[in-house]
Design a binder for this molecule. Structure first.
Ligand code: SF4
Length: 274
């Protein structure tokens, strides 16, 4: 059985940076991330062992503690509330997410109504929405885009991990809605690279293993993309592999979301080769 890794897989720049910043904070008193640092339960558990916990709200961080803002970012209200408290703030917002937040903020300040193309429930999208202020909307389908009104000035930005093709398809429905449009394609290259590499590999193998948190939007998206080409199993760890998946399989492809640690990818790769 041949096992092939996708050309681009696993931790992206923003996640590596966030984990490094969180680990650097482990020595601080009561260091916690606001929400899980990434959508990967195994990595969250490992950080906890190293001394970095996770809280759901700022109120849970005691005075003198350290609050780590994760790569998905937060809205301006969280910075304001945190800065008003005697706590240390470590900002691990991915610079690409920051760019999307600032793009939405500037558009709103310039008088544009902002539409974010992305997943409504995703924490990054919520943070961009907050930076865009009151007059912003989120759409994730063509139908939702069609349902929006016409605008005098329309600014469009994207969730960084949104599919480039889907962004274009949805943006095409928004373009007729205004004569004054600014589109800022805030999709990060890590996502495009992982999606293109996964799609190319899926077309060449009998089975794809997509590794990453079941709660990870970008991993789930990789699984959907690969399913267009071949049989897919989305797993979080090597312990989920089942012998009967591999009957009559000659070539296996492996990809992993941007929040999947290297050690988990290695374990899956090694188990497939046994
Ligand atoms: S996927 Fe892109 S935007 Fe998101 S954390 Fe990684 S590098 Fe940053």
């Amino acid at each position: 059985m041949e096992v092939i890794l996708a050309d681009y897989l696993g931790f992206c720049y923003g996640v590596k940076r966030a984990i490094r910043l969180a680990r650097d904070s482990a020595a601080e008193k009561n260091a916690s991330t606001l929400g899980p640092i990434i959508h990967n339960p195994q990595m969250v558990a490992r950080l906890e062992e190293e001394g970095v916990g996770s809280v759901d709200s700022l109120d849970e961080v005691p005075d003198g503690g350290t609050l780590i803002i994760r790569s998905h970012g937060v809205g301006p209200a969280v910075y304001e509330a945190a800065n008003a408290r005697p706590i240390k703030v470590v900002d691990a917002t991915c610079p690409h997410v920051k760019k999307a937040q600032m793009a939405a903020h500037r558009l709103a300040e310039d008088g544009f109504d902002v539409v974010i193309i992305g997943e409504k429930k995703h924490p990054e999208v919520k943070s961009i929405l907050e930076w865009a202020g009151g007059n912003a909307a989120v759409v994730e389908t063509e139908e939702e885009a069609e349902a929006l009104p016409d605008y005098l000035k329309l600014g469009i930005v994207a969730q960084t991990t949104f599919s480039g093709t889907r962004f274009q398809e949805i943006a095409a429905r928004l373009i007729p809605k205004s004569n004054d449009i600014r589109i800022i394609r805030t999709i990060c290259t890590a996502t495009d690279q992982r999606q293109s590499a996964a799609l190319a590999l899926a077309a060449d193998v009998d089975l794809m293993l997509v590794i990453g948190g079941k709660n990870s939007a970008n991993t789930t998206r990789l699984a959907q993309i690969c399913a267009e080409k071949t049989v897919v199993h989305h797993i979080e760890t090597a312990s989920e592999l089942k012998d009967d998946w591999f009957h009559n399989i000659k070539k296996i492809g492996i990809t992993a979301g941007a929040s999947t640690p290297d050690w988990i990818i290695r374990e899956v790769y090694q188990k497939c080769q046994m």
